[in-house]
Ligand binder design. Structure first.
Ligand SMILES: NC(=O)c1ccc[n+]([C@@H]2O[C@H](COP(=O)([O-])OP(=O)(O)OC[C@H]3O[C@@H](n4cnc5c(N)ncnc54)[C@H](O)[C@@H]3O)[C@@H](O)[C@H]2O)c1
Length: 411
């Protein structure tokens, strides 16, 4: 089942649990606007290259639309649509005053030079500048993009609209980015894990973890879990996987990686087959890479008791059912990885206020938002008699439905 079908299925199940009428259900599912643009740039060798860029603006009942921009060869309209919809429910679960959007360009960023990437980003911004804005739609980085990409968007947008730091989040600190934004998704994953384990009388310290992905989210989650006394016993990325039953030395592994070393060459670990990573013995499994990695083939063999969905839609619906029957507790993506959008909201607030917060305040506020969302999800699970995924979906969908009805938009 593709990402859009899976997300829409979860939405419909939540709408049924909430008893939403069919007209409202339909209007919540249909995106506000879908934008497709052709971006043609001169390559460094003088030839022309064309790329398709997308922006799907899903819903703005609760505030400006918010969502990342992904540069990846497999970016397609269905996936962008699914991710835009997920953002609508995610911002509502997090209780930040935003709607949902997502964008992307079908390209291989690793095969483009820095100046080609800059030209592509600027052309994309020229094509969508009148459809985004601090109070309309606020992009952020996602896979294949970073703070430099946001700096180029900010600069190009400002040529049309004047100085507008709040038009994007995830910017470099020197251009109005927030302290703590880089670590925010991984830190949110750590706070979410802490909250879930505490519910079950457990803690990070004394638990074992397996992490897939060692990029922004995975490396921060690993570092912060390690700092809290958790044992990361296996870890993998696109180059391979490693394990150490006594716990990997994450600071040493970070140093090794930052010096250009491949994961499999880390001295204090044993290389393992990547196909074994997700089914490795552990208390907590944290997928931090791609979508759809847990499926009907590997779900029956999962040994973790808890899964924290740091990646977007890592568990397909068939795997969800299998894991639920096995008694595995899954903490859903629309809550587990919301730390990034929560600190993006803090960045936007700081830009609008023209006042910068210190990192301690950012982390403290993030902790408050993550804990509060967890308590609200638990309350929904109780009132709707459902699992955590449906608890999060019913919470998010209900908040968006209420805003839609209050505005009188349901007709
Ligand atoms: N960065 C954020 O703030 C943020 C926020 C919310 C959700 N997410 C989601 O988290 C996930 C990771 O995002 P990121 O920003 O860390 O990306 P990233 O590009 O920084 O890192 C991705 C990691 O996944 C690994 N990977 C790629 N293909 C793999 C494969 N086949 N097997 C194993 N590992 C593989 C890469 O080697 C890398 O370590 C994505 O699903 C993204 O949508 C990210």
């Amino acid at each position: 089942m593709n990402a859009l079908a899976a997300t829409s299925r979860n939405f419909r199940q939540a709408a049924r649990l909430l008893g939403l009428d069919s007209k409202l259900e339909k209007s919540l599912l249909i995106p506000f606007r879908e934008i497709k643009v052709e971006c043609t740039i001169p390559k460094d060798d003088g030839t022309l290259a064309s790329f398709i860029g997308f922006r799907v603006q899903h819903d703005n009942a609760r505030g400006p639309m918010k969502g990342g921009i992904r540069y990846h060869p497999e970016v397609d309209p269905d996936e962008v649509n699914a991710l835009a919809q997920l953002m609508t429910w995610k911002t509502a679960v997090a209780a930040v005053p935003y709607g949902g959007a997502k964008g992307g360009i079908g390209c291989s960023p690793g095969e483009l030079s820095r100046s080609e990437l800059e030209r592509l980003t600027r052309v994309f911004t020229q094509k969508i500048h009148d459809l985004i804005g601090a109070h309309t739609d606020v992009p952020a980085p996602d896979m294949g993009t970073n703070s430099q990409t946001m700096a180029w968007i900010l600069d190009e947008y400002s040529k049309f609209h004047g100085h507008s730091p709040a038009v994007v989040t995830g910017k470099p600190i020197d251009l109005g980015g927030s302290l703590g934004r880089d670590a925010a998704t991984g830190r949110g994953v750590m706070y979410a894990t802490e909250a879930l384990l505490a519910e079950h009388g457990k803690s990070i310290s004394g638990s074992t973890f397996v992490i897939q992905g060692f990029g922004n989210v995975g490396s921060w989650a690993a570092q912060l879990i390690h700092e809290k006394g958790g044992k990361v016993i296996a870890l993998g990325d696109v180059t391979g996987s490693i394990r150490n039953k006594n716990g990997l030395d994450i600071p040493a592994l970070m140093k090794h990686r930052n010096e250009g070393g491949a994961l499999k060459d880390f001295h204090d670990a044993e290389a393992m087959d990547s196909s074994e990573l997700l089914v490795h013995e552990c208390d907590v499994l944290i997928p931090c890479a791609l979508g759809g990695v847990l499926n009907r083939e590997n779900a029956p063999d999962v040994k973790a008791k808890f899964i924290i969905e740091a990646a977007n839609h890592p568990t397909d619906p068939e795997a969800d059912e299998i894991l639920s029957k096995k008694g595995v507790t899954v903490l859903p993506d629309i809550y587990a990885n919301s730390g990034g959008v929560i600190v993006s909201y803090f960045e936007w607030v700081q830009n609008i206020q023209g006042f910068m917060w210190d990192e301690e305040k950012v982390n403290m506020e993030l902790h408050k938002y993550m804990n509060s969302a967890f308590q609200h999800i638990k309350a929904m699970c109780k009132s709707q008699d459902c699992n955590l995924r449906m608890g999060a979906f019913t919470l998010g969908v209900n908040r968006v439905a209420r805003a839609t009805l209050l505005r009188g938009w349901e007709a």
